[in-house]
Structures are given as structure tokens and as C-alpha cells.
Design a protein around this ligand. Structure first.
Ligand SMILES: Cc1cc2nc3c(=O)[nH]c(=O)nc-3n(C[C@H](O)[C@H](O)[C@H](O)COP(=O)(O)OP(=O)(O)OC[C@H]3O[C@@H](n4cnc5c(N)ncnc54)[C@H](O)[C@@H]3O)c2cc1C
Length: 470
């Protein structure tokens, strides 16, 4: 694939964009550009050329068509909460931001669908659904900032995947603008539609490399207001699999979250982050178990029975069930707020979001953490994750800057251990720029070659998010 230089025909680009999109939608103020160049991953950004903020699909199409004609690279930006450096701008790129393309267009309570623009925050879309007695079953800690377009582009997971699946499971239709400005209208609203290839699937999870999502049709379900949250202290980390299997069979389709926090994470969040310690002694593994259904009292009694069984069987040593929404929020805060604390408390982090087959999960995680402690005694490994989905988050924090070769050595250690047990180098955050070198540990050469072929078919000039994923 051709490597794109910052611009082969720089002259006239800016004036064409201004003429086509309007002065207010094309920004060249260096301070604004610098403030928007990075994303949450902390991946080093370059010096972008311009910021373009179209307010409709036509504007996105005109922007891409002009950039494509000028062979100028474009980085697509949603809420910039991505953790793989996909939205971090490189030098010379035009930043295409979807912020103005926001709002819910329609909610169909009979068909169970929402038509929404890509720049809408996840939280706004959730609230709009709830306002009509419906539920959008996608949820993640970054809900207040991440946008529907970014969530779809990364096929985001989050805290409800165990019950309702990844973002892909909630997308019925998409409108996408291709690199040359062609608008692909695939705004299907039906659950069943086998009329030819299901093209939308190519864009979900392709991290903005194949097209820009501008609108979507999402599935909604009737609201399930009966939510009960428990925090369980497991006797050993190895009891996680018993606890998960028991929770699955006791709660069935009500099981909406099963989130684990190792003792290193809970100790860090309580001692350094100031979060109140849930139990007197920090258990080897703390698990948030959430049951969700129509009737809270039904869910509560199912959860109480599960915890009573666990105490009797011995895999559980202690547990608390939130008595109010406020208490539930406090339980979740410890799990959700970790990423916000790292920037405040560490000088350097090496973060991981890996999948490990559940049978090997605990042993592999404990082994990796042991090896990190042995190799880097000053490191603070923090282990937690959506273990009900076999998804482990590991953050290796340092209170002083560390050299790049140490980051590389830690990454090699973790990714090789994950690859050796048939895991995936990215469970949900994507590959972006951060994990590109490690993709071959999870995908075969034939699969990577097919991805390259798709990229050059959809974007022959390689202007869309170049240098990301492949
Ligand atoms: C506190 C916190 C918690 C998080 N929790 C989770 C979690 O539980 N599960 C999870 O999966 N992720 C999680 N994330 C990561 C992140 O929030 C998600 O990946 C989110 O989906 C990114 O959305 P965004 O709008 O911020 O996208 P951005 O960061 O702006 O972009 C992400 C990628 O998508 C592309 N993109 C953005 N918008 C579009 C579009 N309209 N069309 C095409 N491509 C586009 C970008 O170019 C980039 O490659 C978390 C992040 C934070 C900061």
C-alpha cells in the first residue's frame, strides 16, 4: 500500500474546503489544532493541518472528496476517548470531527429501533431511549464523551457485553461516507435482511479505516428498570470461574455484568485514589455482579440466593448488595474511574486490553503479573476486567518516566504470553496505532493480507486513517 506523504497537492485544499463547507467549519488556529490532536490513549500526536467540523452527511462527503482529490490524509475523530491512538492526529493530517453531526432523529418503540447521528454521545442516546421507555444496551465508562460513530467504529464492548453482546449486536443499519466522498446508505431497520452482503459489518470495528460513519440505526429493547448490584469477595482468584458459571446458571439472562478487580487494583484505588474500601481486608478478587430485569425485587432475590450459595460453598467470603442507586454508583465508581486516576497518579503507564480464553485467564493473568513484578520491581500492575467476556485489562503504572525499551519489553512479555494461550491482543479497544506491531500475534498472514486488500479497495489513495490497524 502506498505511503501517503502529508500532501502531494497542498495548494488550494484549505480554500476549497472553506468554500464548500463554510468558514466556520474549517479551523486552522494552531492552539485549537494542538488541543484536539490527541486522544485518551496518550499516543504521541503530530501537528495536524486543519480541523474540519461538518454539520451533515453532505459536508462529510464534500470534505472527503476534496481531501481525496488532494491526496491529503484524514483522521476521523469522535469523542477521542479511544485507547488505541486511532484518533490521535499525525503531522499533516486533516482532523475530521463529527461533533456537530449530533442528535437522535427517530425512536420507533414498536420496531425497537433508534435512528441516530454519529456525533451523538452514547449517554445522550441512552437517555433518549430511556425517555421513551426503551433501553440502548451498550454501556461503557466513557459514555459521557464517546460518540455513537466512535463506538461503532471500534465495535466497543463495555460492561453489559456478557448479557447483550458487543456493539455489533446492536447495529441494524449504517450510513457511511467512503474515502472518495460516496455516501453508502445502508440504513436498514429490520432484524432480518439477507439481501446480499451485510456491508455494514465491514465498517463496524474497522476503526475508521474503510469509511466514516455518519448515521446509524440501533436496536432498542424494552427498558429493564430493575437493576440490582452486588460486590462479592472471592476466596481465591481461581474461584472466578466457579463464580462465573454459578452466576450464569442462577441469573440466566438477568446477568448483565460480571466485572472483576484483583487485589492490586482495589488496593491502588482505595489507598491512592481515595475510594472507600469495600471490605475490611482486600480479597484476592472482588467481583461486581449485576442483575437486570423488569422487577427489582425478583432480581434482588435471585442475587441474594446466588450469594448465599457462594458463601455456603466457600468460593465467596463476603458480599454486599447495594441498597440504593447511590450505593450502586459508588460500587461502580471504583471500577469505572481507574482510567481517570492513572493520568493523575502515574508518570507513565503501559496499558493492555487483551482476551484470554476463560479457562486460562486466571493462571495467565497471575503469571504475567508475577513476571512483571520480578522484572520491574518499581512497577505497579493493576489487574481488572470484564472477565465474564474473557477480557482482561492490565495497566502497568510507574511513578517516574520509563524508557521506550522498557515499554517494549513489557509489551512483548504480555502479548507473547497472550498469544501463547490463543488470546487476542485487543479485546475491545482496537488496534489503532498503539497495537499495530502486535496484530500478527492474533491474526494469520492470510487474514492480514485480506484486510490490506479490503483497505485498498475501499480507499485506494490511503487517505482515511492511514497508519492505523494495518
Ligand atoms: C474511561 C474510559 C472507559 C472506557 N471503557 C471502555 C469499555 O468498557 N469498552 C470499550 O470497548 N472501550 C472503552 N473505552 C474506549 C473508548 O471509549 C471506546 O473505544 C469508544 O468507543 C470510542 O469512541 P469515541 O467516540 O471516543 O472514538 P474516538 O476515540 O474518537 O475514535 C476511536 C476510533 O474510531 C474512529 N472513529 C471515530 N468516530 C468515527 C466515525 N464516525 N466513523 C468512522 N470512524 C470513527 C477514530 O478514527 C478512531 O480510530 C473506554 C475509554 C475510556 C476513556
Amino acid at each position: 500500500m502506498a505511503t501517503l506523504t502529508p500532501s502531494t497537492r497542498p495548494d488550494g485544499l484549505e480554500s476549497e474546503l472553506r468554500k464548500s463547507l463554510g468558514e466556520g467549519s474549517v479551523i486552522d488556529d494552531p492552539e485549537v489544532l494542538a488541543a484536539r490532536a490527541d486522544d485518551w490513549s496518550g499516543w504521541p500526536s503530530g501537528t495536524p493541518r486543519l480541523l474540519v467540523t461538518p454539520s451533515d452527511t453532505g459536508g462529510v462527503a464534500r470534505c472527503l472528496s476534496i481531501c481525496n482529490a488532494h491526496r491529503v490524509a484524514v483522521v476521523v475523530q469522535g469523542g477521542r476517548t479511544g485507547l488505541a491512538g486511532g484518533a490521535a492526529a499525525r503531522t499533516g493530517e486533516v482532523m475530521l470531527a463529527l461533533d456537530k453531526l449530533a442528535g437522535v432523529e427517530d425512536i420507533d418503540t414498536i420496531g425497537g429501533t433508534m435512528t441516530v447521528r454519529a456525533g451523538t454521545t452514547l449517554e445522550a442516546a441512552q437517555a433518549a431511549a430511556r425517555g421513551r421507555g426503551m433501553e440502548l444496551e451498550i454501556d461503557l465508562g466513557a459514555r459521557g464523551s464517546c460518540q455513537i460513530g466512535g463506538v461503532i467504529a471500534t465495535n466497543a464492548g463495555g460492561i453489559r457485553v456478557i448479557g447483550t453482546g458487543m456493539t455489533r449486536a446492536h447495529v441494524l443499519g449504517l450510513e457511511v461516507v467512503l474515502a472518495d466522498g460516496t455516501v453508502l446508505d445502508d440504513m436498514n431497520t429490520m432484524i432480518k435482511n439477507n439481501s446480499g452482503f451485510d456491508l455494514k459489518q465491514l465498517f463496524i470495528g474497522s476503526e475508521g479505516t474503510l469509511g466514516v460513519v455518519t448515521r446509524a440505526v440501533l436496536r432498542l429493547s424494552p427498558e429493564r428498570p430493575g437493576v440490582v448490584t452486588a460486590l462479592a469477595a472471592l476466596a481465591t482468584t481461581g474461584d472466578a470461574t466457579t463464580a462465573l458459571a454459578t452466576a450464569r446458571s442462577a441469573l440466566g439472562s438477568s446477568l448483565s455484568a460480571f466485572e472483576a478487580m484483583w487485589s492490586d487494583y482495589v488496593t491502588f484505588m482505595s489507598e491512592r485514589g481515595g475510594y472507600s474500601r469495600p471490605f475490611d481486608a482486600v480479597p484476592p478478587l472482588s467481583v461486581i455482579i449485576e442483575a437486570r430485569g423488569r422487577d427489582e425485587s425478583v432480581e434482588r432475590s435471585k442475587l441474594e440466593a446466588l450469594l448465599a450459595d457462594g458463601l455456603e460453598a466457600g468460593w465467596l467470603t463476603d458480599a454486599t448488595i447495594a441498597a440504593s442507586t447511590d450505593q450502586a454508583r459508588r460500587i461502580w465508581a471504583m471500577r469505572d474511574e481507574g482510567p481517570a486516576e492513572y493520568g493523575r497518579l502515574f508518570q507513565a503507564i503501559v496499558p493492555f486490553d487483551v482476551s484470554i480464553p476463560i479457562r486460562s485467564m486466571i493462571g495467565t493473568a497471575d503469571r504475567i503479573v508475577g513476571d512483571i513484578r520480578a522484572g520491574w520491581p518499581e512497577a505497579v500492575p493493576l489487574t481488572y476486567g470484564h472477565i465474564g467476556d474473557a477480557n482482561l485489562h492490565l495497566v502497568v503504572g510507574f511513578t517516574a518516566p520509563i524508557p521506550d525499551d522498557a515499554k517494549l519489553a513489557i509489551s512483548t512479555l504480555v502479548y507473547e504470553a497472550v498469544g501463547a494461550v490463543g488470546g487476542a491482543v485487543s479485546a475491545e479497544h482496537g488496534i489503532g496505532q498503539l497495537k499495530k506491531p502486535w496484530l500478527p500475534l492474533s491474526r494469520t498472514p492470510a487474514a492480514i493480507e485480506l484486510m490490506r486488500c479490503m483497505k485498498s479497495t475501499f480507499d485506494p489513495a490511503n487517505i482515511l486513517n492511514p497508519g492505523r490497524v494495518i
